[in-house]
Design a protein around this ligand. Structure first.
Ligand SMILES: [Fe+2]
Ligand SMILES: [Fe+2]
Length: 357
């Protein structure tokens, strides 16, 4: 990995942070000098206060690097969720197979997709509002859509056709161990090089259920990764509005994860006969489906009482480079260009190089 020495360059930019407004409202608000940017509230600054030069409210280059990586991550999340949504909505066999897990699956997928769209738009809008370039990955929309019925034909950033889904989170959150203390967890389901969306029409009922089950575990894999990512990067933020963004968006990643953790447990056991087995999770004490609340685990210091927390959060185990590497290893970017990987890696290294000031 190329390392970028951002420490020596990290400086406070002249841009002052203000309220957590959406992009359009914020830009409008900027035109109203001397007028409160939002109704009174704990997070709100009047324009006068925002210009008072409170150092704690300045955004650092590290904050910008964090937000840029997160904008990229949210665009990538949006891209994969949109593919799931198109097929859940427009491909009846896939939708029926998803609904075996929960009849509201389509609604949940739509909700998660809309949340990711809002995350990407907000972070980019915020970057623009402080004079920074928003992140745009459109040049990398080079991957094909699934030809299966329901998928819109357009260039994609992500590839859901051949995923190796890390399902160890299912055991991790049901264990008192924590990767930040060196603990390792076996896969709950071994999903190697498998499609998470239908790649053609005419799948057998067994095949389409295996695809839906794979998708269900992938949903949890993505969102637990987002939960660790935001928790890990939050401690690197300096500006309080940036911290608010990380804590508040990170909270919805956890919200998503909790839903998918629960629903993955409804994946019906099946054996495709060619190496993919969804077991009866309740037959193993480490994968009991009802144990969806994060089990208290080691945290910060093994001598302290166990605590129910997001894990991992330590650099190396979590953070931008860990997230980018994990997604890359999963095959999510199969077929992407070298330039894509270089861009993602540079954004990740810069974000992980940020330090709280
Ligand atoms: Fe998100
Ligand atoms: Fe997410």
């Amino acid at each position: 990995m190329n390392s970028i020495d951002i420490d020596s360059k990290e400086q406070e930019s002249p841009h002052l942070m203000s309220s957590p407004l959406g992009r359009r409202s914020f830009v409008k608000g900027l035109g109203l000098a001397g007028v409160a940017l939002l109704p009174a509230g704990g997070l709100v600054l009047s324009a006068g206060e925002a210009l008072a030069g409170d150092r704690s409210r300045r955004i650092t280059q590290g904050d910008v690097a964090i937000l840029k990586f997160l904008a990229a991550a949210e665009l990538l999340e949006t891209d994969l969720w949109q593919q799931y949504l198109e097929l859940a909505a427009g491909n009846k066999p896939f939708r029926d197979a998803l609904e075996v897990l929960d009849e509201d699956m389509g609604e949940y997928i739509e909700g998660n997709t809309n949340d990711e769209i809002s995350h990407a738009a907000f972070i980019n809008g915020f970057l623009e509002s402080v004079g920074e370039q928003p992140v745009n990955l459109d040049a990398f929309r080079t991957l094909p859509s699934s030809p299966a019925h329901g998928a819109v034909q357009r260039g994609r950033l992500t590839n859901l056709g051949k995923l190796t889904v890390d399902t160890s989170w299912y055991r991790r959150y049901r264990s008192a161990g924590n990767p930040d203390f060196g603990d390792h967890f076996a896969q709950a389901v071994r999903i190697v090089d498998r499609p998470a969306i239908p790649l053609h029409d005419g799948n057998s009922s067994m095949q389409i259920q295996a695809i839906a089950n794979t998708a269900a575990f992938h949903f949890g894999t993505i969102e637990q990764g987002g939960s660790s990512l935001y928790a890990s990067l939050a401690v690197r933020a300096t500006n309080l509005d940036v911290l608010r963004i990380l804590l508040s968006i990170g909270g919805t990643e956890v919200f998503h994860f909790a839903i998918w953790d629960d629903l993955a447990g409804n994946a019906p056991p099946l054996n495709t006969g060619d190496g993919l087995v969804f077991p009866n999770l309740n037959a193993d004490p480490g994968t009991q489906t009802a144990k969806v609340m994060p089990r208290p685990c080691k945290f910060l210091n093994a001598n302290l009482p166990h605590c129910s927390v997001i894990r991992p959060i330590k650099p190396g185990n979590a953070g931008a480079v860990a997230a980018a590497s994990g997604l890359t290893r999963s095959g999510l970017f199969s077929g992407q260009s070298q330039q894509f990987f270089q861009t993602l890696n540079a954004l990740a290294v810069a974000a992980d190089s940020a330090h709280r000031r």
